[in-house]
Design a protein around this ligand. Sequence first.
Ligand code: NAG
Ligand code: NAG
Ligand code: NAG
Ligand code: NAG
Ligand code: NAG
Ligand code: NAG
Ligand code: NAG
Ligand code: NAG
Ligand code: NAG
Ligand code: NAG
Ligand code: NAG
Length: 303
Amino acid sequence: MAQNLLLLMPLSVLILMNITIAAVEFIYDFGHAGQNTSTNGKRFTLVNNCEDTIWPGIITKGDNYHGEGFTLKPGQTTTYNASVGWSGRIWARTGCNFDKNGTGKCQTGSCGTSLNCTGPSNPPNSIAEFTLGADADFYDLSLVDGYNLPIAISPINGVGNCSIAGCDGDLRQNCSSDLAVKSNGKVIACRSACDVFNADEYCCRGAFADPEACQPSNYSRSFKQVCPAASSYAFDNRASIITCSASEYIVTFCASRNQSVCSYHDNKLVCNTSNNSTAHSQDLGGWIQMISLTLLFILKMKF
Ligand SMILES: *[C@@H]1O[C@H](CO)[C@@H](O)[C@H](O)[C@H]1NC(C)=O
Ligand SMILES: *[C@@H]1O[C@H](CO)[C@@H](O)[C@H](O)[C@H]1NC(C)=O
Ligand SMILES: *[C@@H]1O[C@H](CO)[C@@H](O)[C@H](O)[C@H]1NC(C)=O
Ligand SMILES: *[C@@H]1O[C@H](CO)[C@@H](O)[C@H](O)[C@H]1NC(C)=O
Ligand SMILES: *[C@@H]1O[C@H](CO)[C@@H](O)[C@H](O)[C@H]1NC(C)=O
Ligand SMILES: *[C@@H]1O[C@H](CO)[C@@H](O)[C@H](O)[C@H]1NC(C)=O
Ligand SMILES: *[C@@H]1O[C@H](CO)[C@@H](O)[C@H](O)[C@H]1NC(C)=O
Ligand SMILES: *[C@@H]1O[C@H](CO)[C@@H](O)[C@H](O)[C@H]1NC(C)=O
Ligand SMILES: *[C@@H]1O[C@H](CO)[C@@H](O)[C@H](O)[C@H]1NC(C)=O
Ligand SMILES: *[C@@H]1O[C@H](CO)[C@@H](O)[C@H](O)[C@H]1NC(C)=O
Ligand SMILES: CC(=O)N[C@H]1CO[C@H](CO)[C@@H](O)[C@@H]1O
């Protein structure tokens, strides 16, 4: 299921490849979309860019918490297919000790005692949230239930406002001491102010149950500082949810927004983390969008 990164190439080659892949996949996906939308699946590629093993969990909304789970060693990836209409959450568990039967415990993000989730994730943990639609997908990185590691959500071949959701740094290094969860003296997660203080003003309840009344707190602001493209408290959602129609999403654990340039094709992930990729990924996004729009135009004329 999981596989090691097979190709590491210079950025220039990578960008060219990505464009080609994007273009090819676009034709493929679009060709199917017109005929049978129920087969128009979207692929999630989960990438472990962390220095340690993680155990990603996936829960489908309304599925009574019959979730899935994976073990991902550093550098490994796995894929998850979802169809239009899918809505769910993807996150990472850390510090787990699953036995041969897939039973065990985790330091953060646990969702029951099995490798495959049997319940909602236990806060604090960062959560990638998705709703896939026929015309548009919605996604965001939610820190409403706290934070355990950085997650970057990168749409591939997207049309619309397809910005990368995520953080610019690791909030564990910027977690206020009254929110920090520590293990052996190390901060392993950062709780939300709502979770710690259980107060209406942080949880957006009671007199604070609407967006006007529930304003950012100094706690949520400190989240937002490190993770500008994430929801930092309950009513921050509206500003942080991104609308985009992509054929594929790459969910990278332990990567910042400016870090990863990846694409996935034929069971090979082409992925690189460069020390200066902001400009390149923006170029890439622009190119893909341009090519996609051109193709869309051509295909629309054809069908
Ligand atoms: C779409 O594909 C699915 C699965 O292959 C099939 O069950 C369904 O009947 C198809 N729908 C249409 C409208 O062709
Ligand atoms: C996802 O779908 C692709 C084809 O669209 C297939 O090659 C791949 O094996 C599927 N992955 C999983 C995990 O089902
Ligand atoms: C795994 O499950 C088998 C059968 O249910 C059981 O006999 C065995 O003791 C379990 N192993 C562990 C490590 O729990
Ligand atoms: C987890 O769920 C997947 C998909 O439903 C299944 O293929 C796999 O066998 C399950 N793993 C365990 C350890 O139960
Ligand atoms: C977060 O912490 C790091 C390391 O302590 C520091 O360099 C950085 O400036 C901090 N960032 C913010 C936004 O406070
Ligand atoms: C937020 O403000 C409260 C008092 O209003 C203070 O006790 C707390 O230390 C502040 N937290 C941060 C992260 O600045
Ligand atoms: C795209 O979405 C992001 C996040 O919601 C937002 O900050 C940005 O202003 C949007 N850009 C455009 C051009 O709408
Ligand atoms: C950063 O990139 C520059 C040029 O792209 C390269 O010369 C340098 O070695 C890189 N540094 C690291 C730490 O990768
Ligand atoms: C990404 O941006 C952050 C802050 O904006 C910076 O500290 C970090 O070095 C950047 N990383 C890369 C790989 O460019
Ligand atoms: C990234 O590269 C550009 C152009 O090569 C350079 O101007 C900029 O300073 C670099 N940024 C970082 C953080 O290395
Ligand atoms: C993490 C990684 O593999 N980085 C590579 C990205 O590509 C450059 C060349 O463009 C390599 O030098 C890096 O090692």
